[in-house]
Unconditional design. Structure first.
Ligand code: DX5
Ligand code: ZN
Length: 219
């Protein structure tokens, strides 16, 4: 795996033309697909269930990064793993930021053979989760309010990225640092400079030349 990974978010796929875009993604420099699961409760939008994930998994060999924006990740993480998720991230807020429940779910995800990590919304601090970092393969920082693509990047979220980078070094850990929301031709550099190594990009990738846009972020 490259040191920098681009994870195109299929939330912004053109659903009238899925196969052609998946073919382009397969040939592109993207190594992951970012799969946003929304339940209409945790966020005010609805997206994909496990059957859709199974279809993507069958059609596309990329590593599948499932971002659960659901009220009940303890129920849904195992279901999405059974249907093809390689990595599952869940929101700490959905578990009332309860460290015991967070640790238990990370352990369960690992027990099912997948990678796992936590996500925080813009208004949630990351420092309270220091004790579970050792069980995270990845930490996802939201740089927009979760729910919709095409929003403006919140640059102040990069402070969380810098903190995660410092802690990773101080604690000799190896989690990836992913950012999600508002990545474009300007903000991707800010994110990389702050210490992100995994960039989710939705509208920026799918509203432009898919392969060239992905490549541009890796130059
Ligand atoms: C938003 C989702 C994102 C979304 C990002 O809640 O988690 O993954 O697709 O879209 P852009 O890159 O357009 O901000
Ligand atoms: Zn996402």
């Amino acid at each position: 795996m490259n040191s920098i990974v681009i994870a195109p978010s299929i939330l912004s796929l053109d659903y009238s033309n899925v196969s052609a875009q998946l073919e382009i993604l397969k040939e592109s420099k993207a190594e992951w697909l970012h799969f946003d699961v929304m339940d209409g409760h945790f966020v005010p939008n609805l997206t994909f269930g496990p059957d859709i994930l199974r279809g993507f998994k069958k059609a596309c060999p990329l590593f599948i990064d499932v971002h659960l924006m659901v009220e009940d990740p303890e129920t849904y993480a195992p279901i999405f793993i059974k249907n093809g998720a390689d990595l599952v991230t869940f929101h700490t807020e959905a578990l009332n930021d309860d460290l015991t429940r967070i640790q238990k779910l990370l352990d369960e995800i690992h027990g099912l053979g997948a990678k796992g990590g936590i996500v925080v919304k813009p208004n949630t601090a990351i420092e309270p989760f220091e004790s579970v970092l050792q069980s995270c393969d990845l930490v996802l920082i939201m740089s927009v309010e979760p729910g919709f693509g095409g929003q403006k990047f919140k640059a102040d979220m990069l402070k969380k990225v810098e903190w995660l980078k410092e802690k990773r070094e101080a604690l000799s850990l190896s989690y990836r640092i992913e950012i999600d929301g508002g990545i474009n031709q300007d903000t991707f550099r800010l994110a990389l400079n702050a210490g992100c190594d995994t960039l989710v990009a939705g509208s920026y990738v799918f509203k432009n030349d898919i392969a060239k846009t992905i490549e541009g972020m890796l130059e």
